[in-house]
Design a protein around this ligand. Sequence first.
Ligand code: ADP
Length: 491
Amino acid sequence: MPSIRHKITFGYYLFAACIIGLAVFAYANLRFMEQRLDWGTAVSSLLDTTLEMRRFEKNYFLYGKPEDAASAQTYAGAALSLLEENTAAYREFAATDDLQQLREHLERYSERIAPLVNMPGEYSAARNAIEADIRKLGHDLSASAELISANEHDVMRTLLNTARRTVVGLLIAVTLFSLVLAHVLTWIVVRPLRRLERDLKDIGQGRISSLPARSKDQEIVSFTQAFNHTLHELEVRRRHLVQSEKLASLGTLVSGVAHELNNPLSNISTSTQLLLEELASADHDQIRAWLGDVEEQTERARRIVASLLDFSRDNPFVLNPTSLRSVLDKSVMLMAAQRPKSRCEIINDIAPEIRIDADAQKLQQVFVNLLGNAIDAGARKIQVQAPACMSEDNLEHYVWTQVPVTGECGTDMLCVAVNDDGPGIAADLLPKLFDPFFTTKDVGFGSGLGLYVVEKIIRQHNGSVGVTSTSGGGTTFLIRFPRRHATETMS
Ligand code: ADP
């Protein structure tokens, strides 16, 4: 499996290979230059030897000393040996024919000067006969040696220029290669991290529920697996929390509902008793009225039981076009059953035509929690209003759990306000309200999960919830749903 570590290591190896290749090339280049310098030395030696030979030759013809002729001959022999030993070097700077000619000239020179070694220095006809020949040969020899030397200088200069250009070219190539390598490495390593960052943001905003496996890099795969596992664990715990909050409200609800069921049951019982007692004497209309009562009360009991079942069930999240007003009606009914002694007036100011793509059961829980809190706080009147548009300035007074849904009220979003005239909440407590387990109620009366669950449900609907309150001045919860979840139709 590929991994980021392997990719970085591979990049380093590639760079090291490039540097080693460069070093090998530079070393080979130096060796080559060294060899050329050796050849240059051989060329200089040939020129020096030839010039020495000529110097002694000239001295001989000037002063007539036989030892000068002997030295000239020795130098001619030395030049010949140099020619033999360094043929490969001289071939670099002169044509093979020229070298052959040089060799022949040197041999002839040695031959011609040999008799002079034993000849007295004075002028003689014999010496005169070979002087011109020797001088010409000497002149040709030094000219050839100088030509080889000049060629060698030219070749060296060209070589140095080429070497300079190669070094500059290599420097540019290595710089470009390093830049490209660094860029590619950064791209290979950073790209999956950027994707990861984007996916994490999407998870934070609720667009996706787990990290998709986008990269095959070992580190990213391990991280994704561990992160998804943690997300799964958190989700399981969240569900437990929501369920336990539900069970807590269910506890209160059941005792209220038991009381609430008592009324229709005793009404049914009364009507049935009357029916049994008066069956023979009562007229048809009377009997129908009693039976109607029984049916009506049975229906009432059925509705109460149905709401209770609805509320207690842990259904999966399903969006359906839902009438917001009727959800609130059902919640109010549950509230009445839950807190039968409450004298709080709940005003349903939700426009009947408002329908919203929502999970009705979950929304019911939102209203139950909000209404329950307001009643518990001592509110005498709760007003639930939708649409509840307000200016953006007013929104500044709200504490939001996340960036609020924005846009044109009615066009882009639907706003629902739950307002009560209770004692309000101290400003420093507002940011903590939606935290799990935050409660100001006595032990056994509050779980601190009600508003946490409210926030989760609204978030599931892609909405946002904010709260504003002043101590002694009531509390308002504002819920904003994005427009695609809210549709207004005439019902
Ligand atoms: P719980 O109701 O179990 O305490 P919640 O999360 O529902 O948990 O509420 C947290 C706290 O927020 C409550 O304990 C209460 O102090 C405060 N609160 C919520 N709604 C209101 C309200 N309408 N008026 C006054 N206080 C409120």
